[in-house]
Design a protein around this ligand. Structure first.
Ligand code: SAM
Length: 380
């Protein structure tokens, strides 16, 4: 993508005029959302066919990710918007001469327009997904404070920039840190698309690497990826090292960048645990408590099992780390043993949003309180 602020403004105004968010909301009543956070593909494709021709073209391009022919596109979109889409490289011609996006979609979410990667589950996804967005994005967004007036926010693992941008709409100035350079560019484009580019800065960064030694923040949000499941090609030594491995080492470095009134939210997904607590949460909590922070957590049972987590780990080690099958088997077996011998024994995997705050948290009731919806009872 190319960031051209006047073109992105023209695109925003056009989406507003087309009531893109409203039409998307209406479609959401017809189309179920998958656990990955996107509308179910085939149902969406069918529902979009019932829209008027202009919206049909718009939603095929930016919500379904399909290619549209030149005549339909020019009939649907005013010339200045067409030129703006070309200028920002949001449209390209495929081999048949039809127009499509570079595997990007525009998702209306929480009052923002977000350019994000088409999810791998969509048959229209033509490239690897570099700007990740999923159900966890909605979860974290809904845990953010309603007002952050005058506060400095740090968004670690910023992806599309959703959390940093949302904080900016609530009065904060925000810095987003993201490893993937393409996601950094997309997040910058999203800042301009939403008219927030003077309030948010996105830096390419391996976790906290691009934060200045003396830089401090009032609010931290961190929605980490659930893979890689372990940090390196060596078997982990403890259960807290299994899960969101990019989180390892962050809690110990955070306090140096927290202001006196700091608080924040850290997401851990598919973490091994028992009775709603997880080994990762225990580790994060004890590191932050030592620095005078209080902790509580929202918890949801993750649908994962030890076998499904081990399958993800096997895929990671084979594809990402490129290890030999014998070495992969050795590491996977080591992790299986760790899970089997855990004490207290794990009773499953959990998704958690860990909230921390300097001092006491009055409303939480007890220390390290954990709340949320317990699993539905089995059907009679
Ligand atoms: C679950 S996504 C969250 C994206 C966004 N914050 C949201 O809520 O939609 C995790 C993001 O972390 C990024 N990431 C992975 N490893 C990272 C690292 N070591 N440092 C910074 N970002 C990283 C991924 O590229 C991805 O964009």
């Amino acid at each position: 993508m190319k960031i051209d602020a006047p073109s992105l403004t023209a695109i925003r105004e056009y989406l507003d005029e087309m009531m893109y968010s409203l039409v998307d909301l209406r479609l959401s009543f017809e189309v179920p959302r998958t656990p990955a956070g996107f509308p179910h593909f085939e149902s969406l494709q069918q529902a979009v066919k019932r829209l008027d021709p202009s919206h049909h073209t718009l939603f095929r391009l930016f919500r379904v990710g399909e290619a549209v022919d030149d005549a339909s596109l020019r009939a649907a979109v005013p010339e200045r918007v067409f030129n703006a889409l070309i200028e920002c490289e949001l449209l390209e011609r495929d081999e048949s001469g039809a127009w499509r996006t570079p595997s990007l979609l525009i998702v209306p979410a929480e009052g923002l327009y977000l350019i994000v990667g088409a999810p791998p589950s969509y048959p229209t996804a033509a490239r690897p997904c570099n700007t990740w967005f999923d159900m966890s994005s909605y979860f974290v967004a809904n845990a953010l404070p309603r007002s952050l007036h005058g506060q400095r926010v740090l968004d670690i693992c910023s992806g599309s920039g959703m959390q940093a941008l949302l904080c900016a709409t609530r009065g904060a100035s925000a810095v987003g840190l993201e490893l993937n350079p393409e996601a950094v560019e997309t997040a910058r484009a999203n800042a301009a698309l939403n008219g927030l580019d003077n309030k948010v800065e996105f830096r390419q960064s391996n976790m906290l690497a691009a934060v200045g030694e003396r830089e401090t923040f009032d609010f931290i949000v961190c929605n980490t990826p659930y893979a890689p499941v372990i940090a390196g090609p060596e078997p982990p030594r403890s259960l807290e090292e299994i899960g969101n491995s990019v989180l390892l080492g962050v809690p110990s470095k955070l306090p140096a960048h927290l202001s006196g009134r700091s608080r924040g939210i850290i997401g851990t997904w598919r973490s091994a645990g028992y009775r709603s607590s997880t080994y990762q949460m225990e580790s994060i909590a004890s590191q932050l408590e030592k620095e005078g922070f209080a902790i509580f957590a929202y918890v949801d049972r993750a649908p994962d099992t030890a076998d499904s987590v081990l399958r993800i780990l096997q895929g990671d080690l084979t594809q990402r780390a490129g290890l030999e099958p014998e070495r992969v088997a050795e590491i996977v077996n080591g992790v299986r043993e760790l899970l089997r011998k855990s004490e207290p024994p794990i009773d499953g995997f959990y998704n958690q949003l860990i909230y921390f705050q300097k001092g006491k948290i009055e409303s939480a009731g007890s220390e390290r309180a954990i709340f949320g919806l317990s699993p539905a009872p089995p059907k009679a």
